[in-house]
Design a protein around this ligand. Structure first.
Ligand SMILES: C[S@@+](CC[C@H](N)C(=O)[O-])C[C@H]1O[C@@H](n2cnc3c(N)ncnc32)[C@H](O)[C@@H]1O
Length: 253
């Protein structure tokens, strides 16, 4: 395992243990994007309280930077895949929306997160969700098997974003949708920040500019790419340099 991947895995193994001990409904101090103790960067308040209540979870289990389930019109019968599903919130919300007849999958490489997600699935009473162990660079699902790929603050953590985007394209059916919340680089980051493993695991150093992200989507074969930055990081020294974006693209029919 590369140094970067191990830094990411161990960060989220630790966060999973932290999330396991907080009682449902209570927020972790300053919960937010990619780090249980980090600043909020755009997800808080974006989930419907009624929907959260239905699955018995609170927004506190989200380590995302937005709510990707808002980006796609999920319908009964569809198959959804969440890349880097963490504690499982977006998978479980999606699973309810695609029922009856549909299914939601989550892929994550961290055992502790998979254990937490499976526990949350049990609590939620949702039966059409499956959490798979694997990497988002090598998705353990067949070609053209998914209607909508979602992801929340994960692709920036991958060393080879092009490989992840190509995999998303491969598993989508023709006409399928890529609907993702992710962190992006809005202004050049300091080289020392770029080299920090801790900052990488915290969704800062691995971010790429929107133009590079769009290029990777188009190179993989996607069309109708759309980016909307909806929040910027306000950490001292990083002010405005990274932001949370909603990203949409379509696999041609
Ligand atoms: C910032 S958390 C986001 C979790 C979830 N999407 C959410 O919104 O709460 C990142 C998650 O992605 C997983 N992850 C990071 N890189 C991955 C990779 N290359 N393959 C599979 N999972 C990965 C981590 O284990 C962790 O659970």
């Amino acid at each position: 395992m590369s140094e970067v991947r191990e830094a990411v895995r161990s960060r989220y193994a630790g966060v999973a243990k932290q999330l396991k001990v907080i009682p449902t409904g209570q927020t972790i101090a300053e919960a937010g994007c990619c780090q249980a103790d980090g600043p909020d960067c755009g997800c808080s308040g974006s989930y419907s309280l009624d929907e959260l209540k239905e699955i018995g979870l609170s927004e506190a289990v989200s380590l995302g930077c937005g709510n990707p389930t808002m980006l796609a019109q999920l319908e009964p019968g569809q198959v959804v895949l969440d890349l880097g599903s963490g504690a499982g919130l977006d998978v479980l919300l999606s699973a309810r929306r695609v029922a009856p007849g549909g299914h939601a999958y989550g892929v994550d490489m961290t055992d502790e997160m998979l254990e937490l997600a499976n526990g949350n699935a049990k609590k939620s009473g949702v039966s059409n969700a499956t959490f798979l162990k694997g990497t988002i660079e090598n998705i353990p699902l067949p070609d053209a098997s998914i209607d909508v790929v979602i992801s929340n603050c994960v692709i920036n953590l991958a060393e080879d974003k092009g490989a992840v985007i190509k995999e998303a394209f491969r598993v989508l059916r023709p006409g399928g949708l890529f609907a993702v919340a992710d962190m992006v680089e809005l202004d050049t980051l300091d080289p020392t920040v770029k080299k920090s493993l801790d900052s990488w695991a915290g969704c800062i150093s691995g971010t790429i500019p929107i133009d590079d992200y769009r290029k990777a989507l188009i190179e993989a074969g996607f069309e109708d790419t759309h980016f909307e930055v909806h929040a910027t990081q306000s950490i001292p020294g990083l002010d405005g340099k990274v932001g949370s974006a909603y990203i949409r693209a379509k696999k041609p029919t």
